[in-house]
Design a protein around this ligand. Structure first.
Ligand code: PLP
Length: 396
């Protein structure tokens, strides 16, 4: 069997039509397949490779850690320098109230940890989440994602979850002394990039404070400069009680985190002791890679250039078939009339060497979430291919 046949035979599939491109090399904002074909990457592994694929500083940090040690013991027992240094670096660039980092393996595990922590701290059970928000695929995270299509087959899920409309007054009113936490994305990514108003986010913060509910912000997709500021919550002048990170956190390696104040996080140390356990969370190689990637973001001008690159995409993506372009930094949704149109455009883009896809809760929207390293030249080329694909779609 060739590689493709083995992929379909032995690698578990969750879709009838996976992309099934065999990528053999990735560098910066480009990918190459087994036939040597080059692709401009507009997905970045779904908001993971913010500093580009295989950034030399990330590779160097990984190599160094490989020479020192890999896994030693379950999370939190040993003083592992990559973990300690990364926690310090992260908290140095967060508001002072977010000073304690629990590293996990993935975004979903960070969501799970945060929900447990909120219940433990408040002694309450209700979790408020939002329609068309995505938070992960484990059963707790699945319980709070905002689309019944994905939840239905796996019920019963967690009880006492309230799903409300993002950016709605109704949601603010629903938060009470019964609410353990409110979990929100600062920008709803998988809905097709929807940014709530600043006033709403501030009202959310205020109501949580008044009722004693913890505000959990899921920056797993929006973090690390994606929206033009290091953290998207900065744009709303608010601070969450718990911050969720993942994706770009590991610089291309698997890593998640929930971050809170030491006083809040301290509840995981008793009743029960070891309130959250993970074997591999905060793996030294992943922390070394993530720390190096964050240093790249802080040192280079990638984050400062996001808004300019966003503006270039918006300027170039003009076509009567495009119904809307919604964006927040280099998180851009190009909306078409239907999934069918979008699929034709996406297929053509991939054939022409531009890798893109759609959003989980917005199948009619084309995803543009490239590495922040994408150059103006690559942006122009990608937009030319997208517009060409739109023009060709009616002939297909
Ligand atoms: N939260 C958001 C906003 C996400 O976009 C994702 C993944 O796409 C997750 C949570 C879950 O992260 P993971 O896939 O690492 O479990």
């Amino acid at each position: 069997m060739n590689q493709r046949e083995l992929f379909f035979r032995h690698v578990a599939q969750t879709s009838a039509a996976p992309l099934a491109l065999e990528i053999v090399k990735a560098e910066g904002s480009r990918l190459w397949d087994a036939d040597g074909k080059e692709y401009i990457d507009l997905i970045a592994g779904i908001s993971v490779c913010n500093v580009g694929h295989r950034h030399p500083r990330v590779i160097k940090a990984i190599r160094k850690q490989l020479d020192d040690y890999l896994h030693i013991l379950v999370y939190g027992e040993m003083i592992e320098s990559p973990q300690v240094q990364y926690a310090k670096l992260l908290t140095d660039h967060l508001p002072g109230s977010l000073d304690s980092v629990y590293f996990t393996n993935s975004g979903a595990e960070a969501v799970e940890g945060a929900m447990k922590l909120a219940k433990r701290v408040t002694g309450r059970t209700q979790v408020i989440a939002f329609n068309q928000s995505y938070h992960g695929s484990t059963q707790g995270a699945l319980s709070i994602i905002g689309d019944e299509y994905w939840r239905r087959a796996f019920r019963p899920l967690l009880p006492d979850i309230l799903h409300l409309e993002h950016n709605s007054l109704e949601a603010i009113e629903a938060i009470t002394e019964r609410t353990a936490c409110v979990i929100a994305e600062p920008v709803q990514a998988e809905r097709g990039v929807y940014t709530p108003s600043k006033a709403w986010m501030q009202a959310l913060r205020k109501k949580c404070t008044e009722t004693g509910a913890l505000l959990v912000l899921d920056e797993i997709q929006t973090g690390f400069g994606r929206t033009g500021t290091l953290w998207a919550f900065e744009q709303f002048n608010i601070t969450p009680d718990i911050l969720l990170l993942g994706k770009a956190l590991g610089g291309g390696m698997p890593l998640g985190a929930f971050i809170a104040g030491k006083d809040i996080m301290g509840h995981l140390t008793d009743n029960p002791v070891l309130g959250h356990i993970t074997t591999f969370g905060g793996h030294p190689v992943c922390c070394a890679a993530g720390g190096a990637a964050l240093k790249v973001l802080l040192k280079e001008t990638l984050v400062q250039e996001v808004k300019k690159k966003e503006a270039l995409f918006i300027k170039l993506l003009q076509h009567p078939a495009i119904k809307a372009v919604r964006s927040n930094g280099l998180m851009i949704a190009v909306e078409f009339d239907s999934y069918e149109t979008n699929k034709k455009v996406i297929d053509r883009c991939i054939a022409e060497g531009v890798l893109t896809d759609w959003f989980l809760f917005a199948a009619n929207c084309l995803r543009i979430v490239p590495p922040l390293t994408i150059s103006p030249k690559e942006i122009k080329r990608a937009c030319k291919v997208i517009l060409g694909a739109i023009n060709l779609r009616s002939l297909q």
